[in-house]
Design a protein around this ligand. Structure first.
Ligand code: FE2
Length: 195
């Protein structure tokens, strides 16, 4: 069976987020890739006897979105921190879209940061809805609940506690969000919209 393979990321020294935390976080990412493959293998195995394995098949199928989205979301998250921090390109496609949708970059950023501080674990996301030609900010619970169908994921901020608690403590959630934007390579984010 065709396998998903973990991607590697060229991550610099980051402000606030330690190399140790990144190392541990990458292990979790590798786990999502492994389990995405595992779900597909298990389904192939269990469907050999659908009647006997109906219940198990249902449970394994239910896990696929959790594992697959966990894999893809982390790829967007880590790749946006690759290389070095850059600013959003003035006059670029993403900036134009942000201004069109929110009036200003600051207005978008303010809304996104509020979403990032949503209680619970999950993801603060910026999506692009091609059909409507508009950007959408949203919160995604864990990763299998709330992803926007048929939209392109442009920016993903991991707000699971494993992404920041070792460096910031639970009370440092806000500082982690601030540092994420200091570390962000906007050129990578722009690629997600333009690619
Ligand atoms: Fe994560």
């Amino acid at each position: 069976m065709k396998q998903f393979t973990p991607k590697t990321f060229n991550l610099p020294v980051l402000k606030g987020i330690s190399a140790k935390n990144i190392e541990e976080h990458l292990k979790l990412y590798a786990g999502y890739v492994k389990n995405t493959n595992l779900v597909l293998e298990k389904v192939a195995e269990l469907k050999k006897d659908v009647e006997k394995n109906a219940y198990l098949l249902g449970e394994v199928n239910r896990r696929f979105g959790f594992e697959y989205n966990g894999m893809r979301n982390h790829e967007i998250y880590f790749s946006s921190l690759e290389g070095s921090s850059t600013s959003l390109t003035a006059g670029g496609l993403l900036e134009k879209n942000i201004i069109e949708n929110w009036g200003s970059f600051e207005a978008w950023l303010g809304e996104f940061k509020v979403i990032a501080l949503t209680r619970g674990i999950g993801w603060a996301m910026l999506y692009y809805d091609r059909r409507e030609n508009r950007l959408l900010n949203t919160w995604v619970d864990e990763q299998h609940l709330g992803q926007l169908q048929n939209c392109t994921l442009v920016l993903a901020l991991d707000m699971w506690e494993h992404s920041y608690v070792a460096d910031y403590q639970p009370s440092g959630k806000k500082a982690y969000v601030e540092d994420f934007f200091v570390n962000l390579n906007w050129a990578k984010v722009e690629e997600n919209l333009e690619g």
